[in-house]
Design a binder for this molecule. Structure first.
Ligand SMILES: NC(=O)c1ccc[n+]([C@@H]2O[C@H](COP(=O)([O-])OP(=O)(O)OC[C@H]3O[C@@H](n4cnc5c(N)ncnc54)[C@H](OP(=O)(O)O)[C@@H]3O)[C@@H](O)[C@H]2O)c1
Length: 338
């Protein structure tokens, strides 16, 4: 059995480059008592990983140079020396970017039931990004029936779930995304009320106002920058902003400019904005997962997956997030070839 791992070899400056990563052969460790050997089936690539590629202080430790990256993964157990797992079980967890990992069979390994949902959903709609959508929207956004919810990054892993949940809660939902195909996806397939192309910069303010005739009550922000500024000017008194991410700025090499008038709008409209990390709500993961799984099984929420084939293509897949190459959740699938 041959193993491979993907290392971070440079801290990227600006947009990451394939040369910032290196793929190399490595050992498959022996499987001791209490451990399992897992073959990687899906790797999740996520925008937050860009932050871990820098040395900046954050809520999670930076990736180390010369060491494998790690992230959310789904795998299949090849060999088990634990009574809790059997060969063939599908499992999810946070492991190194390797074709094979040997890990302790503890509560950090979740066993998946492929009869309830495809294993890949554990990295998207029923995994970390689904939880982020549910918890950020309900705990911070607190949307009420009849209110208007706007979400940026609307066709992506988090945004596409935010919009569908807001619809289920009785809101008017407006999504902002970057291609015609994405706008059609959120409106025609996911049932958003309106979809706005942020690349039509000239008409952005006008289009937001037209799509939100009663103003904006909740803005779920995945993106930041000039898109957020345009939404904020359309917000109502006592509106809420769950600040989930700022992907428009993750590759900035100098500080972004923001209009000081935005802060004045926060005062005059008494807008509340709160940044959050999904793990802040760990006590509510059970509640959130149960709600998402119920809606998913009833066919009330769904999500496309953009699947890149091949372990060796993981760095390019990750970089693709910043070019908007995905609709729904972006995953890498590793065929069983080694
Ligand atoms: N706080 C938390 O705990 C937490 C957890 C998960 C994710 N997040 C954040 O949530 C956001 C979405 O994450 P995700 O996993 O769902 O990713 P995603 O939306 O599936 O993928 C990223 C999308 O961002 C858009 N994008 C990229 N560069 C952009 C730019 N310069 N301006 C505007 N849009 C841009 C692209 O779509 P377009 O084609 O529409 O541009 C791209 O498809 C990210 O900011 C991420 O960091 C936060």
């Amino acid at each position: 059995m041959t193993n491979q791992e993907i290392l971070l070899v440079n801290r990227p400056v600006g947009l990451p480059n394939p040369d910032d990563f290196e793929i190399k052969e490595c050992e498959v460790p022996t499987v001791d008592d209490g451990y399992i050997l897992i073959r990687t089936v899906y790797l999740s690539v996520d925008p937050y990983m860009r932050g871990r590629m820098t040395e900046a202080r954050s809520y999670v430790a930076p990736f180390e140079i010369g060491k494998p990256l790690n992230g959310g993964m789904v795998g299949q157990v090849v060999e088990s020396r634990s009574p809790d797992f059997q060969a063939g079980d599908y499992v999810a967890g946070q492991w190194a970017w390797r074709r094979y990992n040997v890990v302790k069979a503890d509560k950090r390994v979740s066993k998946l039931n492929p009869n309830l949902a495809p294993p890949s959903t554990a990295l998207g709609i029923l995994g970390m990004t689904g939880l982020t959508a549910y918890l950020g929207l309900t705990k911070i956004g607190n949307p009420q029936p009849g209110e208007t919810v706007v979400v940026s990054g609307a066709a992506g892993a988090v945004g596409s779930v935010v919009g569908q949940i807001a619809k289920l809660l009785g809101c008017r939902v407006v999504g902002i995304a970057g291609t015609k195909e994405k706008l059609a996806y959120i409106k025609d397939e996911l049932g958003f009320d309106e979809a706005i192309d942020y690349k039509d910069r000239e008409n952005l303010h006008k289009n937001i106002r037209a799509a939100c005739p009663n103003g904006v009550d909740v803005y779920f922000d995945n993106v930041g920058g000039s898109i957020s500024e345009a939404v904020i000017y359309a917000m109502n008194d006592f509106a809420r902003i769950p600040l989930c991410g700022q992907i428009a700025h993750y590759n900035d090499t100098k500080p972004a400019q923001i209009s000081i008038n935005v802060f004045h709008t926060f005062v005059t409209r008494r807008i509340r904005m709160q940044g959050f990390i999904v793990s802040d709500f760990v006590e509510s993961f059970g509640e959130a997962h149960a709600a998402l799984a119920k809606w998913y099984q009833a066919g009330k929420i769904r999500q496309k997956e953009t699947i890149i084939e091949g372990f060796e293509n993981t760095p390019e897949a990750f970089i693709g997030l910043f070019h908007g190459e995905n609709i729904g959740k972006l995953l890498v699938r590793v065929p069983d070839e080694v």
